[in-house]
Design a binder for this molecule. Structure first.
Ligand code: DGT
Ligand code: CA
Ligand code: CA
Ligand code: ZN
Length: 583
């Protein structure tokens, strides 16, 4: 049987190599070792092939920055899930020291000094010491560093510890692929918040319908990804895989699969209401099926095999998992008024992507080829404006050169169409980064905030409203600026922006970047209510990131978005007409 190729491998190995680097630093060992491992981690992240393939072809040492020692460590990780060097270092370095490195501003030398002098090993202890002014008594730590550490810890503490949806989906599909291959399971699906495409995930839930629970549990626990087994039972087990991600697996009988999927998909609030609806009809709904009250639990259910059966028996159409949050979907389903949600297949092009002209990795031609291969009719390449010094923004001369390159690609690839686009920065003053004459050089302009996040609410709101009033600005990208588990949205009157979007016909982006998902589902719902138009974009900085569109569409669906309200479901000709004068 062929081995499952685990896409998660490269990322997982890179993370361990990085941790080896951090631990080497913390142990005060040879500093070059840390540098080497960190460089190798970066090289592994940039790989386009699975490490497993390279290992099987004995080509690990061809990876830049990977010498024989690191190649050996990678091979150990891939085959046993562990690395000797990693384990040795972990035994050497006091537990908890690694977590201090998560505080921005605390490097290895600082962490070691803090530990040696103050015996501090946790973030809570660090915060306490910083607040008591005890850090500044240490050599090389100034009062300002101490202040910064207090601030950094405050923002760290805002994180929920939940995982990004994209990481959960990857780990979940790797596990499903592994179990399918090992056990030949017909009925297996991801449930829980991952199936609902919630923006962050607490743990992954997988449901299997099979009569062979024992064998499936054994395979589950024996997966090479598994770092720790939390619980093992006959029908329910839990494990932890890379990066602390927990996976719960439940096995039910095949004829119970639909009811179990419904139960474990949740959300909890949705389930509570569904059970209430059942009770009103003198029915009992649980993970085994829908039953007439009074009959014993082992009697035959009215429905249980598929979700459709259960919903139908309750007088409802099947509710897409993205809607199952108890936000009105149950009433809508009973009234036959569920929205006809936008689908990935409705998307005809992408209106926000970057190339190697600015901070993207791939060329105009590569991006266009991949977009066409995805079945798109068009792709807007929206490289950054000049003000973003760090991303090598386009000046007049480079705009012209890039446009000529795009035209050449368009001649070759017609009828596929690359649109000449710009992601124009909204400066802190509220001015756009290009003058009107320059903006007129683009077919698509999306405007966004990349700096001065701390402006007061009124100023920030006016800054974005000003951009929306500009006739050449088609859309606002990542309208709130949030980075999940990293940075809060800037303080802005989103209600005013959504209202202005409807008024000025400026589209609001649903950005599919894994850390963004911005607008959020809730904001999309508001935009839908108010009549604002949306655009679903990938914000790809490399060809494979065009696939982030899936996340933009899922987030739009969670906000009840329909096809008619998403601009890039339009065919090219219609889109071009709309872009002129904001249609
Ligand atoms: P998460 O893991 O925090 O991202 O969110 P979920 O929705 O995946 O929650 P989780 O993993 O605790 O449970 C998965 C689903 O199983 C949940 O959405 C509803 C159902 N469920 C689990 N435990 C209970 C419970 O005690 N009561 C009810 N009503 N439903 C439950
Ligand atoms: Ca879960
Ligand atoms: Ca769970
Ligand atoms: Zn962008």
């Amino acid at each position: 049987m062929p081995r499952v190729s685990l896409t998660y491998d490269n990322e997982r190995v890179a993370a361990v190599l990085e941790e080896i680097a951090d631990l080497s630093d913390l142990s005060g060992a040879n500093p070059f070792r840390a540098v080497t491992f960190r460089a190798a981690a970066r090289a592994v992240r940039d790989l386009r092939e699975p490490l497993r393939t390279l290992m099987e072809q004995k080509r690990l040492s061809e990876i830049p920055k990977v010498g024989p020692a690191i190649a050996g460590a990678i091979e150990q990780l891939l085959t046993t899930g562990r690395s000797k060097r990693h384990e040795e270092l972990k035994a050497q370095v006091p537990e908890g020291l690694l977590t201090l490195l998560r505080v921005p501003g605390v490097g290895p030398a600082t962490a070691r000094a803090i530990h040696e002098h103050l015996r501090i090993a946790t973030i809570d202890e660090l915060e306490e010491a910083a607040k008591a002014g005890r850090l500044r008594t240490l050599p090389k730590i100034q009062a300002r560093t101490e202040e910064n550490i207090i601030k950094a810890i405050a923002s760290l503490k805002q994180r929920t510890g939940r995982s990004l949806l994209v990481d959960a989906r990857r780990a979940a599909s790797d596990m499903v692929a592994w179990l399918r291959e090992r056990c030949d399971i017909g009925l297996i699906e991801v449930a829980g918040s991952t199936r609902r495409w919630r923006e962050t995930i607490g743990d992954i839930d997988i449901v299997v319908g099979s009569l062979d629970a024992g064998r499936i549990m054994t395979a589950f626990i024996g997966t090479p990804e598994v770092e720790r087994v939390i619980a093992r039972g006959d029908t329910k087990s839990s494990v932890v895989v890379g990066r602390g991600m927990q996976i719960d697996l439940r096995v039910v009988r095949p004829e119970q699969f639909g009811a179990a999927m419904m139960y474990f998909t949740g959300s909890k609030d949705h389930n509570v209401r569904m059970r209430g609806i059942a009770l009103e009809r003198k029915l009992l709904l649980n993970e085994y099926g829908l039953f007439r009250i009074g009959e014993d639990k082992d009697g035959p259910p009215i429905a249980s095999r598929s979700e459709e059966d259960v919903f139908a028996a309750l007088g409802m159409r099947w509710i897409p998992p993205e809607l199952r949050e108890d936000r009105g979907e149950i009433d809508a389903a009973m009234a036959g008024a569920l929205p006809d949600l936008v689908e990935l297949a409705d998307i005809r092009g992408d209106l926000h992507a970057h190339t190697s002209w600015t901070d993207g990795r791939d060329t105009v031609s590569d991006m266009a080829e991949r977009a066409r291969a995805k079945g798109y009719e068009y792709l807007a390449l929206t490289d950054h404006s000049i003000g973003l010094g760090m991303t090598h923004g386009l000046d007049a001369e480079r705009i012209a050169k890039r446009t000529r390159e795009i035209e050449a690609v368009n001649r070759r690839m017609a009828p596929f169409r690359v649109l000449v686009g710009s992601e124009v920065d909204i400066r802190s003053s509220g001015k756009l980064d290009y003058d009107d004459a320059t903006l007129a050089l683009f077919e698509v302009v999306t405007a966004s905030v990349h700096s001065s996040f701390a402006q007061p609410r009124d100023a920030q709101t006016e800054r974005i409203l000003g951009a929306m009033r500009h006739p050449r600005v088609n859309a606002i990208s990542h309208p709130t600026g949030r980075l999940l588990e990293k940075r809060d949205a800037y303080d802005v009157d989103l209600e005013a922006i959504i209202a202005a979007a409807a008024r000025t016909k400026t589209r609001l982006e649903v950005n599919g970047g894994p850390e963004r998902l911005d607008l959020s589902d809730v904001a999309v719902r508001r935009a839908m209510e108010v009549g604002a138009m949306l655009v679903c974009n990938s914000d790809a900085h490399a060809v494979e990131e065009l696939d982030q569109m899936e996340y933009a569409v899922a987030t739009a669906r969670r906000g009840w978005a329909t096809k008619e309200r998403v601009q890039n479901t339009m065919p090219l000709a219609e889109l071009l007409a709309h872009l002129e004068g904001k249609g």
